[in-house]
Write a protein that binds this ligand. Structure first.
Ligand SMILES: Nc1nc(=O)c2c([nH]1)NC[C@@H]1CN(c3ccc(C(=O)N[C@@H](CCC(=O)O)C(=O)O)cc3)C=[N+]21
Length: 286
C-alpha cells in the first residue's frame, strides 16, 4: 500500500502558483483573497492559520475578517457586498460552519460568482453539474482530491466510486467531479443501508463524515484507493481522520491525516485565487 503524500504534491502545486503570481506581478496585479470568519470553530482556526501562512509565502494578499458569533446574516451580506465591489479582492471565502442562526445558502448566494473561491454559489455549482467548458471555480477539497488521484495515476473511468457524505463543501462536488471524470458514483449519507457492502465493492472510497474512526479500512476491497477527508482532533490533541486501520491493508493507495487531503485543500485554494485574479485581468475588471 502506498501512502499518498499530500504535503509533497501540495508543494509542487505551490511552485507552479508562485510562477503565476510572478506573471501577474509583472502586470501590476497582486491576487487578493478575503476570508470571513464568523464565531470560533476549531477546524476553521487551523485552516485560517495555515492559509494565511501559505498565501504570504506565495505573494498572495490575504486578509481575514473576523466577525463575532452573534453577527446577523444581513451584516455578513453587507460585508460581502463591500468585498464584491472591491477591485483588490479577487476571491472571497466565508468559513463554514457558521453559527446556526445564519442561513449559509443566503451567504453563499451573496458572493459574486466571479469571486466565489469555494465554488459554492448556485451558479458555479450549476456549471460543475453541467460540466461546462468555460472556466468556473470549484470546491477546493474535492479539487485537491482529483489532483491527488491524477498524480498517483489512480484511474477513474469505469471505476466504482463511493463518496460517503453529501455536503456542499465536499460530498456533492466530489460526486459531480468523479461523475465528470467518467466514474460510476454512489453518494452515501447517514441513512444509507448496507454501507459495509458498498465499501467492500468500491474501487475508490472518499470518506467525508467528520467523525473519528467511523470507517474501518480493512473492510475495503484489495487494490482499492482510500481518500480520508476527515480532520478530527481527539481529546489528547492528536489529529485523526474518519478512517481507522489504514496500515496493513491490501489497498493500492490511502491518504494519511494529517498530510493528505488537508495540505491539498490549501494549495488548490491558492490556485483558485490566482485563477480568479487571472480571469479578472482577462475580463478587464482587475
Ligand atoms: N468555506 C470553507 N471552505 C473550506 O475549505 C473550509 C471551511 N470553510 N471550513 C473549515 C474546513 C476545514 N478545512 C481545512 C483545510 C485544511 C486543513 C489542513 O491544513 N490540515 C492539515 C493539518 C493541520 C494541523 O496540523 O493541524 C493536514 O491535514 O495535514 C485543515 C482544515 C477547510 N475548510
Amino acid at each position: 500500500m502506498t501512502m499518498i503524500d499530500g504535503q509533497m504534491v501540495a508543494t509542487q502545486i505551490k511552485q507552479q502558483i508562485a510562477k503565476q503570481v510572478n506573471e501577474l506581478a509583472e502586470l501590476g496585479v497582486t491576487p487578493g483573497l478575503a476570508v470571513i470568519m464568523v464565531g470560533n470553530d476549531a477546524a476553521s482556526e487551523i485552516y485560517v492559520k495555515n492559509k494565511q501562512q501559505v498565501a504570504t509565502d506565495l505573494g498572495i494578499e490575504a486578509n481575514t475578517i473576523k466577525m463575532p458569533a452573534d453577527t446577523t446574516e444581513l451584516a455578513i451580506i453587507k460585508k460581502i457586498q463591500i468585498l464584491n465591489a472591491d477591485p483588490a479582492v479577487d476571491a472571497i471565502l466565508v468559513q463554514s460552519p457558521m453559527p446556526t442562526h445564519i442561513n449559509e445558502q443566503n451567504i453563499q448566494a451573496a458572493i459574486d460568482p466571479s469571486k466565489d473561491v469555494d465554488g459554492f454559489h448556485p451558479y458555479n455549482l450549476g456549471q460543475l453539474v453541467t460540466d461546462a467548458n468555460e472556466y468556473y471555480p470549484v470546491a477546493n477539497t474535492p479539487r485537491g482530491i482529483m489532483r491527488l488521484l491524477k498524480w498517483y495515476d489512480v484511474k477513474t473511468t469505469g471505476k466504482l466510486a463511493l463518496v460517503i457524505g453529501r455536503s456542499i463543501l465536499v460530498g456533492k462536488p466530489m460526486a459531480a467531479m468523479l461523475t465528470n471524470a467518467d466514474a460510476t458514483v454512489i453518494t452515501a449519507n447517514s441513512q444509507t443501508k448496507n454501507l459495509d457492502e458498498l465499501i467492500a465493492i468500491a474501487d475508490i472510497v472518499v470518506v467525508a463524515m467528520g467523525k473519528a474512526n467511523a470507517i474501518d479500512a480493512q473492510k475495503m476491497k484489495a487494490g482499492a484507493t482510500l481518500i480520508d477527508v476527515g480532520i478530527n482532533r481527539l481529546a489528547d490533541g492528536t489529529l485523526v481522520g474518519d478512517v481507522a486501520n489504514k496500515n496493513n491493508t491490501n489497498l493500492a493507495f490511502a491518504t494519511p491525516v494529517p498530510g493528505g487531503v488537508g495540505p491539498m485543500t490549501i494549495a488548490t485554494l491558492m490556485e483558485t485565487t490566482v485563477e480568479l485574479a487571472q480571469q479578472h485581468v482577462a475580463h478587464g475588471n482587475d
